[in-house]
Design a binder for this molecule. Sequence first.
Ligand code: ATP
Ligand code: MG
Length: 481
Amino acid sequence: MSVMELDRAEMAAAAEQQAPRLSIFRTLRFRLVLSVAIVHAVLMGAFVWSAVNKQSEAIRSELQNRAHSLITLMAVASTNALLAEDLGSLAEVTGRVKHLPDVIEGAILDVRGHVLASTDPHEVGHYLQVPRARTEIRGRHRLRLQEQIRVAGQRVGTVLLEMSTRHVQSELAATRDEGLLFILLALVVGSVAAWVLSLLITRNLHTLMAAVRRIGGGNLGVRVDLQARDEVGLLGNAFNTMAESLQRISEQVHSEHEKRTDAERLACVGELSASIAHEIRNPLSAVINSVKLLDRTDLPASDRAQSIAILNTESLRLQRILNDFLDFARIRESRLIEDDICALIGEVAGLIRQHPQAAAVTVEVECEVCPCPARYDPDQLRQVVWNLMLNAVQAMPDGGELQVRIVRRGRSVRISVTDNGCGIPDQLLDKIVRPFVTGRKQGTGLGLSIVQRILMQHGTTLSIVSHMNVGTEMSFELEVV
Ligand SMILES: Nc1ncnc2c1ncn2[C@@H]1O[C@H](COP(=O)(O)OP(=O)(O)OP(=O)(O)O)[C@@H](O)[C@H]1O
Ligand SMILES: [Mg+2]
């Protein structure tokens, strides 16, 4: 099997890294092997049980037939000797029987149960109880038979024969052991076959799983070549078709997005240019007017001084607008590192306390868990926290309380800057993070746009809750380490 875009080792490594660990009992492989083992064990067990039963029946009946033939022969052979009371011939009959296989005992009795001849010489002359049944099984290993000797319908004697079933039992035990061995062998062979089969099936499935993960991770160029003609092969083809459609759609979406972002960028440039023009128009007009006035030779000294003052203030304002705009335009890519966020906020809070506008403001920092490591760009986050704190201070010209809270929330940390200042008017709230939107006379309206852009680069956004004359809370979340 081969995969076009990824070699197998890479796929296996990807699957290994990202696959959620399945318990062995839940894998297809285990279930397949278990099912095959159970089916094998049940079928082979039933087959062997039936075969052993049939064989034992056959062995038993063969022994019984042999015993019946033997006792009939003994009866026939001893009839004349019994009538003639020829004890020698009777002893010869039992003597011959004695050496036959499985024979334990054979005896010839007269009508009264008196033993005339026996394989056991000690029994001769004694009386023996004649069993009622023709055949009976005694204990685990003995078969006892009796045959009456009749002449013209008259009973003249009885032949007793006892045979051992031990040989039969051991033959049966050997057959049963053979059957069990067969079941075990079938189990092992079946399980190994199922294991190999499951390997063939799941190997393709694992390749598919790895490819699906790569697609999930954004690599839409992945295709699989399973070289299988079964359902998994069809699944692989369906996967390739799906991946091709996904790639085509993604390319279309991408090109649409490109077109739209180009248009949006142009619109944004237009909007920004309009905002900059609007921002610099007033100070520039003031500068031009002042220069014109200064050009007049008849200008009184007091007006001249006033014009110079206006020239100074407005050109400084122009410079500030230009610097702020450059800051906004020059925001670089974030370089995220893992560091303690509490330390950084403590440092900015120290600087803000020394700010001339914060003389009447109490600044408090509350850190729930300290230190609190998070992922951020230190320079950029310093600017974010500074802008938010400075805005809060500027919202409380007559003093107030500024609180910064750092609270852990599972995999993220929430940073909030709260003040009890003037609040943000509702009509400004929706557009407050846009460039050049300001509610302050000396403001440029770029502080929150910079904050929002930096936070977006950190994968988060600014949340604002504000109530007029009550206060404002600005917050955002960062990923914790
Ligand atoms: N904590 C706050 N309380 C009340 N109003 C706020 C607060 N933060 C921001 N604002 C309002 O949002 C406006 C925009 O803020 P932003 O920081 O973007 O610009 P700015 O402060 O006006 O100027 P600068 O570019 O110098 O920061 C502010 O002018 C102010 O009216
Ligand atoms: Mg500001």
